[in-house]
Design a protein around this ligand. Structure first.
Ligand code: ZN
Length: 150
């Protein structure tokens, strides 16, 4: 736990993410990405799977954390395809911004032009975007799907 870390602060309830926690277990927490500073709309279906432990990157995961991250990411990908009609889901780890492990899990929507494929997919202006209410509704759909999933 680090008081200066935005991810740790969120896990402790000191900062709020739109839509709240989608899935969690003793090792990982997943939620929708926050709105960027100064923006009132976000690319919908941009999720983050974070370790509870304050560790910087892939090399620091225990085997159990690695399994928990991929289990959550895979379930979220299925949910994005089922409820948001994503036709592909990206996952990647960058780690330039915050030194607390987080895997990006990002819906790719039908019609996404080739120049936006990959980590830039959220720059496609015609993709679904929304504010806190749309993000909350999306998170509720994902939770509903996952609660009913085997
Ligand atoms: Zn942290």
């Amino acid at each position: 736990m680090s008081n200066d870390c935005k991810v740790c602060r969120t896990h402790r309830g000191l900062e709020v993410v739109p839509g709240g926690v989608i899935v969690e277990d003793e090792l990982v927490v997943a939620s929708h990405a926050q709105l960027r500073e100064g923006q009132d709309r976000a690319y919908l279906g941009y999720l983050m799977v974070e370790t509870r432990r304050h560790i910087p990157g892939l090399a620091d995961l225990t085997e159990a954390e690695g399994s928990a991250v991929m289990h959550a990411a895979s379930r979220l990908a299925r949910a994005l395809m089922a409820t948001e009609h994503a036709y592909h889901v990206y996952s990647f780890v960058i780690g330039h911004g915050v030194p607390h492990f987080h895997m990006h899990v990002v819906a790719k929507y039908p019609g996404a032009p080739r120049e936006y494929w990959g980590p830039r997919v959220d720059e496609w202006p015609d993709a679904p975007h929304g504010g806190p209410d749309e993000i909350a509704a999306l998170c509720a759909r994902l939770r509903g799907y996952l609660a009913a999933a085997p």
